[in-house]
Design a protein around this ligand. Structure first.
Ligand code: AMP
Ligand code: ZN
Length: 476
């Protein structure tokens, strides 16, 4: 028996709770995925990476885990983007869903067990809406179907907002066909130039909230264990998912544990497309290894805000350099069995305490460095295979350290520095063309101080490094 219990903060109770699965033989988790019409930014990636760590942990603890993360491929934002770009909707959603998959894979996230696309579940959505109407929780009006909010007495229990707040927060339209201003759309009519499906209420398309309720039910059953997403989804999206599903299921709850990751911000403002302060994962990948971006995202506790800076990335880079160095020092032994407590796992079992998990990884690395400093004879007594097993097994839980340490070291100069060097060479060449030899010379000296030696040949200027342990030059 495991002595440590998995504990997760449940937004429903606003408390950390012991995780009790519905079926210990099969854990079921749903996380709201992207609306696909553009490249994901690093704020979107935070939710994917955080729930990937939870997925990895659950797989360690339980024999079977089904993890569903949807793709919203029908939405008014997509329609608007398609019209603006004069690109067919299908082409935008296929292209950006593939880009999302690629970017998340580059950050070391495992593919979810299920990746449902909303447009493939329209019949299930229509069936759920029909059930809601039959049970008196929804009504049709002027081609729309609306959820009847007053029909559900405990509506608002997740977000804990009062009625006026909720109406203002949801920015729900006050429309003549609504019985109550808080009622929200389950189905709406589509114009001829909008995507639409035949339904008992005419040609139309689903509202965003019903998509997740229907996909969750189809793939994971009426009630499942964990539902996750970003904090911004708590209201109205998750509140509405809860209302739809519970009312369609005669009261059975949608999920037992609701988890929300905090915002990623830049200059202390939430990173979001509407504010225009986004950095895409793709842009970051041009300068940093995916593993660095991943560890940077895990450097703060998932519920805490994370302010995104170059410093956060640089720290993560240094950390990984150190861990890979430790791995390299053990390259002569094969991993055996882990001996003793797995402290990274223990840290993660306490509501995914990634900062503590990273500190524990540092302690493992310390141990490897200390053993390395011992005399050859003492070193033989220590089970270095077990040390290695632990480093790898715990690294895998965080989704890092699977790479080859020598390759890591070779790529140690990141693309950002590589770009910097090329720019310096270009500036120097320009100075030489102007016959400004003193500027050219000082640029060469500057690079030399960084351990970069320039070599001028018939095919232009190349560079080599003076040693392997390159200092990362502070460019700011
Ligand atoms: P969207 O494509 O906007 O629906 O967002 C996809 C996922 O990313 C959702 O789970 C959001 O909650 C999450 N998300 C969006 N912006 C941020 C941010 N700045 N910080 C953290 N999570 C975010
Ligand atoms: Zn959702």
């Amino acid at each position: 028996m495991r002595s440590v219990q998995l504990a997760l903060y449940n937004t429903l109770s606003r408390r950390k709770e012991a995780f009790v699965p519905l079926d210990p033989g099969h854990i079921r988790m749903y996380v709201c995925g992207p609306t696909v019409y553009s490249y994901p930014h690093v704020g979107n990636a935070r939710s994917a990476v955080v729930f990937d760590v939870l997925y990895r942990l659950l797989r360690r603890l339980y024999p079977r885990v089904t993890y569903a993360r949807n793709i919203t491929d029908v939405d008014d934002k997509i329609i608007a983007a398609a019209q603006a770009a004069h690109e067919p909707i299908e082409s935008i959603t296929t292209r950006t869903a593939a880009a999302y998959r690629e970017d998340m894979a580059a950050l070391g996230t495992l593919p979810p067990t299920e990746e449902p696309r909303a447009t493939q579940y329209i019949p299930q959505m229509i069936a759920m809406i029909e059930r809601l109407i039959a049970r008196g929780h929804a009504y049709a009006a002027q081609g729309h179907v609306l959820f009847d909010v007053p029909s559900m007495p405990d509506y608002g229990k997740l977000a804990r907002r009062d009625r006026d707040d909720m109406i203002a927060g949801a920015r729900v339209e006050v429309a003549p066909y609504k019985k109550d201003p808080a009622d929200f759309v389950l189905w709406k009519p589509s114009a001829d130039n909008q995507p639409g499906w035949d339904s008992p209420w005419g040609r139309g398309r689903p509202g965003w909230h019903i998509e997740c309720s229907a996909m969750g039910e189809s793939l994971l059953g009426e009630t499942f264990d964990i539902h996750g997403g970003g904090q911004d989804l708590m209201f109205p999206h998750h509140e509405n998912e809860i209302a739809q599903s519970a009312c369609a299921h005669g009261g059975a709850p949608l999920a037992r544990y609701w988890m929300h990751n905090g915002f990623l911000s830049m200059n202390d403002e939430k990173m979001s497309k509407s504010l225009g302060n986004i950095v895409t994962v793709r842009e970051l990948l041009a300068d940093w290894p995916g593993e660095v971006i991943r560890l940077a995202l895990l450097s703060a506790h998932y519920r805490a805000p994370l302010n995104w800076t170059t410093e956060v990335l640089r720290q993560a880079k240094q950390t990984l350099d150190r861990w890979y160095k430790a791995k390299e020092l053990l390259s002569d032994v094969a991993p055996t069995d882990v001996v003793g407590d797995e402290l990274v796992q223990t840290a993660l079992m306490d509501d995914l305490n990634t900062p503590l998990a990273i500190a524990e990884m540092h302690r493992h690395a310390d141990m490897v460095f200390n053993v390395h400093d011992l005399s050859k004879t003492t070193m033989q007594i220590i089970d270095r295979g077990a040390l290695k097993a632990r480093l790898l097994r715990e690294g895998d839980l965080l989704g890092v350290l699977a790479g080859d340490p020598v390759e890591w070291r070779k790529g140690k100069v990141n693309a950002q520095e590589e770009n910097y060097i090329s720019q310096q060479i270009e500036q120097r060449n320009e100075a030489r063309r102007r016959r400004d030899f003193s500027t050219a010379d000082s640029l060469r000296k500057k690079l030399e101080e960084m351990g970069i030696i320039l070599e001028d040949g018939p095919n232009g200027t190349t560079f080599r490094r003076t040693d392997q342990s390159i200092r990362i030059k502070d460019q700011e």
